[in-house]
Design a protein around this ligand. Sequence first.
Ligand SMILES: [Ca+2]
Length: 558
Amino acid sequence: MKKSLRFILPLILYSLSIFSIQAQDRPNIIFILTDDQPYGYMGVTGNTIVKTPNLDKLTNDGVLFTNAHITSAICTPSRVSILLGQYERKHGVNFNSGTSVSNEAWKESYPMQFKNAGYYTGWIGKNHAPVGKGGYQSGLMEKSFDFWYAGHGHLTFYPKKHHPIFKNAEFDTQVEIIDEGVTKFLDVNEQKFEGAVQFLEKRPRDKPFMLSINFNLPHSASTRTMEQKETDDEIYKSLYRDLDIPLPANYIAKADIKTPKLPSSIHRVEDRQVGYSFSDTPEGTKERYIRQMQAMTGIDRLVGNLRKNLKALKIEKNTIIVFTSDHGLYMGQQGLGGKALCYEITTHVPLVVYNPKLKKKSRGVKNDALVQSIDIAPTMLSFAGASIPKAMQGKDISKIVSGEKASVRNYVYTENLWSTQFGNPRCESVQNKEWKYIRYYKNNTFSANKKIQVAKDLGIKEKHMLYAVHDSDIAIYRDYIESSLQGEKPVYEELYNLKNDPSELHNLVSKEQHNSILEELRKEWKKQITNARGTDAPKVYRYTIDSQLESSDKVQLE
Ligand SMILES: [Ca+2]
């Protein structure tokens, strides 16, 4: 043997052995995201009606974060925040932003990072993040995964009607269609799955996988469209219907509101999207709650099937499962309906991290560390030993999961920039485990009711009137991002003691004895919002109805 080869060969063998150890050791990761699921919708988070035995078991086998918050309480910005590990104020994408995620920003998303790290990647269910030039029409997301079985925007309860990709599914209902997709994804013997966009015949055995499962449930768009069809599973027909369903705590019917939670100049309840009118009456609220509970039990069954499958495939000991929701939802508490606010009911979500490799003593733990949805991407990358892009603002909480670390932040920051004709205010909030401060800005948005009237009078499509975002709206949204940083004063503030008043019923902002904590939180707000914004220009593309018409794409509203 030549001297040089004798020197190099052990090095080559060593590198190969490292490579094979890494290939075997890297865990599979499954990320499950529900839609509009508030914190208390599982048995394990205190719900006494819903049956979620599999989610409860997953939680008891893992770690439940009891103090997890999203960053923006509405689908699109929250989901982009999760994908990119960034606050909305940095990523700049919402329903009213007139923008989509640029290719450059997308390269640093968690799915692309997993792909670059050699993972086989899958996306099943719903996508509500416009990605690439042309947003949902760009095709960039589909191409980014090895296995794609999903629809853009709302799926509804019977997704085949609106999303041809699911047309050959055995079942008609959303959870069961997603379940079928998940089973096919996992089965290494399964040939190309009809319907799915797949770039390989089979999932390779020698590669770890990263699978994102995204529900459009218990979201109103899906529970609203439930029809209790003969062919539906019994879960979606009769379950919970024989029970005496209580109204949510602090429920106020619309007709009984004496003093609105927020001044009407800041929050115009009368302009609320009609999709949330169910919360106006006790009957509407109870019916929607039953459907939400049914959806949760359906999702729970999928989680049970998934774990059985992992066991049958003998990969359960090497597969991490992360479960959370994109935000919560008001069901008439204090007379409020919908989301897009900074209150706990909209921002507080369950976050479960199940890592089978952890020692028993680190599992079945309830942890009250302050964590946020933007932490999920860096944490999953950390589990995989992959690098975390600098653009991600979230923290790696894997050491909190293992019990080696107590905290990663002292304050949580949340915001609402979806301030539109539907009357919701711009607001920003900072909180620690005891105190929470929210500030609101002048709401100059035009009234949805007035728009609807004009649409009726002139025969204009109501949907276009309400949901079309024009180029000029980009400037308004960008101003929402920058103005409070540049000195715009709040017109209303709130201070809550979360320990004594977790339902945020008593605003203490004008109580003199709390002045010092109020001042402290105002200072912290400045730090947090500055950090959330970052210094970079937004990495977005123009994505408005004008840009869609110019490129003669099929116009996609919402
Ligand atoms: Ca949502």
